[in-house]
Design a binder for this molecule. Structure first.
Ligand code: ADP
Ligand code: MG
Length: 279
């Protein structure tokens, strides 16, 4: 365990190599957060004393092995779980429950109600949570469906779409809500390897086109390096902060490069080798 997260890569003055939204003020603050599940028999501690800050325009990744509490952390940021200790605040306000300022995209392909068309899926939350008229909601929904390349499928039903297309709809639906932070929980983990790479690339393109701040969960080191500009490494169960690092220098093109492979190996050691992390 490390008391102070190690910075693996030196901070550049330029925080984002890509030409996306300018990185701005602190948006989300997670301070000394421990999360627990209380079952009848015992208390399961999912994360222990986790702290991190997400700034506007960040692509912040929570990376750690299965069971280290990534989903639980995301649920807590989403306002679905209350911290056992510590605080989570968004724009300086303590998070006390779910809200339209934090929208989650999940891994599962069944997150879209099957009885609604693609357009209705994206438009419905806009009418309910944003109180838009039908015309306004449809217009905005279509705009975001265009962004993910699915305008032609507006009237299709989810079961007629591939897994990748369903995830695109879920992303369009989330972005259409224009949340302060977009939360993604292993959104590409159930896709085949090629589609997964394509979706990572599309997500980065979307991030450049649409201004949004991302909190992204993955257990894949490669995905974390490609998707993130900052990565928080979490130790195995219960999740504690192992290190925080900058990864804005990597993109899809980095996969074969030796510096990328060195970073993968380094992170692997940090995640699984106690001795190196303590140094
Ligand atoms: P990750 O997303 O990193 O794989 P999770 O956040 O899902 O990890 O889980 C963290 C820990 O909390 C795990 O040990 C898991 O078994 C436990 N856990 C998750 N959900 C529950 C639950 N509903 N009740 C009890 N324990 C849970
Ligand atoms: Mg999970």
């Amino acid at each position: 365990m490390v008391a102070n997260p190690t910075l693996l890569f030196p901070h550049n003055t330029e925080r984002t190599a890509r030409s996306g939204p300018a990185v701005s003020e602190k948006l989300l603050a997670v301070e000394n957060v421990s999360l627990e599940y209380r079952t009848r028999e015992r208390i399961v501690r999912a994360t222990h004393d986790v702290s991190f800050d997400v700034f506007g325009g960040d692509r912040f990744v929570l990376l750690g092995p299965s069971g280290c509490g990534k989903s639980t952390l995301l649920k807590a940021v989403g306002g679905f779980i209350e911290p056992a200790s510590g605080t989570i605040s968004l724009d300086g306000q303590i998070v006390r429950g779910p809200g339209a300022d934090r929208i989650v995209v999940f891994q599962e392909f069944d997150q879209l109600p099957p009885w609604k068309t693609v357009l209705q899926n994206v438009a419905f939350p806009l009418r309910v949570a944003k109180k838009l008229s039908r015309a306004e909601a449809n217009e905005r929904a279509l705009h975001y469906l265009e962004k993910v390349g699915l305008a032609a499928f507006a009237n299709a039903y989810p079961h007629t779409l591939s897994g990748g297309m369903k995830q695109r709809v879920a992303i369009a639906r989330a972005l259409a809500m224009q949340p302060r932070v977009l939360l993604m929980d292993e959104p590409f983990a159930a896709l085949d390897a090629l589609t997964r790479r394509k979706m990572q690339e599309e997500l980065l393109r979307l991030w450049e086109e649409v201004n949004f701040t991302l909190l992204f969960v993955t257990h894949s080191i490669e995905e974390a390096l490609v998707v993130g500009n900052r990565i928080l490494l979490l130790s195995p169960h219960p999740g504690r902060v192992r290190a925080e690092l900058n990864s804005h220098q990597y993109s899809q093109d980095s996969f074969g490069r030796s510096d990328f492979q060195r970073s993968v190996a380094r992170i692997h050691h940090l995640l699984f080798d106690e001795t190196e992390a303590v140094q």
